[in-house]
Design a protein around this ligand. Structure first.
Ligand code: SF4
Ligand code: SF4
Length: 439
């Protein structure tokens, strides 16, 4: 035993704090995750695989590697799609490891001054502030209308990413939802609804469809007005202080809404996955940890909520007019992040007359991944190419998803190659099917 201990590298006290060293030891190096990893599939490099990244984190934890540029690059290249978690027989919680490692990297190995400014503006100024987000949406719309967005491609990666954004709707189409949306007809219950930070600027129509479909199912929605962002993008990018601040505001706002026990329906898979695991941001002795744990249990994805209602009442839906056949694509943070796979499929199966085809790899990442399509536009496009080939092979004419980032990636990518495949959020389809049934 003593001999074994001598052979096992011990983490250095100062270094082990830089990564979640204990979690890195869970990996048994089996390699089952390699072919699920979009960056390994693109590069073929072990260092760009889940196993390789864990190896790098362990090397940092053991003091064999410093936080050099190569390490930072590999952390940034990961999409945190968590596909590796789904297939991992050892139960490695890669998403949490990556979030932790990115957070430590930020405090121990600062980025360049312009990169720090961009992060600060994006995460601390824009995301928590509705007025700043509205201003950004209006500026982007102006750039798109005047064609000036084409100049953005000359301003580095971020500019190229921005030029890929879908059309920003006019201001009236970006209006926020009211604080309360009453059930249509007899009320069956009440829920809290999350509007999101960027959603109202890009996909206010999805929020309207979400609230309307819930109303048609007999639910009154309550919307918290005193917080904007759940902090998922902060956590994803390793800004744990920003994520904690956002989580405190969100938890407090939703505790004060209604009787404080309403189910919180979320139509963004990325936000939902984060909200269901936000307690890990707080130390277990911190009173916010217990509040976050209680909060996590109230969060429910839109597809889970609607599927349960449709099943309980044995509701059949009627297919609305839309290009057919349709195909469902699983958002990573729905299937890998929340383990939700059957519910969206069960909803779609209830829509009579909806011709469906299957993607061959519906759980593969589309390359959107929070801010990844902005910070790594070339890599993101390369990953999306595979999805596009899959879509073309399926023959689908409408693609259904359930996450704004994926919707944005699909819409931009399809527009870029000049195809006319429609892209819809599941809530938009459910709303249209419920209205079809009524008429
Ligand atoms: S989270 Fe996704 S991109 Fe990152 S290592 Fe795992 S499979 Fe690869
Ligand atoms: S599947 Fe899990 S245990 Fe196997 S190499 Fe990947 S991370 Fe390690």
């Amino acid at each position: 035993m003593a001999h074994l201990e001598e052979q096992t590298p011990q983490p250095l006290a100062s270094e082990k704090l830089l990564v979640d060293y204990a979690k890195s030891l869970d990996c048994i190096h089996c390699g089952l995750c390699l072919q699920t990893c979009p960056t390994f599939r693109s590069t073929g490099a072990e260092s760009s695989s889940p196993r390789g990244r864990i190896h790098l984190m362990r090397a940092v934890g053991e003091g064999r590697l410093t936080l050099d540029a190569a390490y930072t690059e590999e952390l940034d290249l990961c999409l945190v799609c968590r596909h590796c978690e789904t297939v991992c027989p050892a139960g490695v919680r890669f998403g949490e490891m990556m979030s932790f490692a990115r957070n430590r990297r930020e405090s121990h190995s600062p980025r360049s001054f312009p990169a720090r400014i961009a992060r600060f503006v994006g995460l601390r100024v824009l995301l928590p502030n509705r007025i700043a987000l509205r201003l950004m949406g209006t500026c982007l719309r102006f750039l798109q209308l005047t064609g000036l967005e084409r100049i953005a491609v000359h301003f580095g990666r971020l500019g190229r990413g921005l030029s890929d954004l879908p059309r920003i709707p006019p201001l009236p189409a970006r209006r926020l939802l009211p604080a309360r949306i009453k059930a249509s007809g007899e009320e069956r219950g009440q829920v809290a609804l999350l509007e999101g930070c960027v959603m109202p600027e890009l996909y206010a129509r999805v929020n309207r469809a979400t609230a309307r479909s819930l109303a048609l199912l007999g639910f009154t929605s309550h919307l918290p007005s005193n917080f904007v962002c759940c902090g998922s993008l902060h956590a994803h990018n390793g800004d744990h202080a920003g994520a904690r601040s956002a989580a405190r505001k969100m938890i407090q706002a939703l505790e004060e809404l209604g009787d404080g026990t309403l189910s919180i329906v979320v139509n963004s898979a990325g936000c939902g996955a984060h909200m269901r695991s936000c307690a890990h941001l707080f130390d277990s002795e911190d009173p916010w940890h217990a509040r976050a744990r209680a909060f996590e249990k109230r969060v429910i994805d839109y597809s889970e909520f609607v599927d349960r209602e449709l099943q309980d009442r044995e509701v059949q839906l009627t297919a609305p007019a839309l290009p057919r056949p349709i195909a469902w694509d699983d958002p990573c943070h729905l299937c890998h992040g929340q383990g939700i796979r059957s519910q969206p499929r069960s909803i779609l199966a209830r829509v009579q007359g909806l011709e469906q085809v299957q993607l061959s790899e519906p759980e593969a990442c589309c390359g959107s991944a929070g801010t990844y399509s902005l910070t790594h536009p070339e890599e993101s496009r390369a990953i999306f190419e595979r999805k596009l080939e899959d879509l073309e092979a399926s023959g689908a004419r409408t693609l259904i998803t359930a996450n704004p980032g994926c919707q944005l990636q699909w819409e931009s990518g399809i527009r870029r190659v000049g195809k006319d495949t429609a892209v819809m959020h599941l809530a938009e389809l459910v709303q249209a099917a419920l209205l079809e049934k009524k008429s």
